[in-house]
Design a protein around this ligand. Structure first.
Ligand code: SF4
Ligand code: SF4
Length: 69
């Protein structure tokens, strides 16, 4: 199964729980800032997301949407 995620950068509070949760290493930190002063995470397009939803379930800010192809 293949999937992809969309991250709402404004919702992200940089806790990195999603990074620890993803078994494929698809989520990476960034140096950019959102309006709340956090560095939001981003998806690494070169990694293969399976659409397992673990990252979205883990996110306390509901910042991640998961789509399956
Ligand atoms: S859906 Fe699964 S594989 Fe895809 S980014 Fe989230 S945790 Fe990683
Ligand atoms: S779990 Fe949610 S709030 Fe935490 S770093 Fe990931 S996207 Fe941001």
């Amino acid at each position: 199964m293949k999937g992809y995620i969309k991250i709402n950068k404004e919702f992200c509070k940089e806790c990195h729980l999603c990074i620890y949760a993803c078994p494929r290493g698809c989520i990476i930190p960034t140096k950019e800032y959102n309006s709340r002063g956090y560095h939001p995470v981003a998806s690494d397009e070169e990694k293969e997301c399976t659409g397992c939803t673990l990252c979205a379930v883990m996110c306390p800010e509901v910042a991640i949407e998961v789509y399956r192809e």
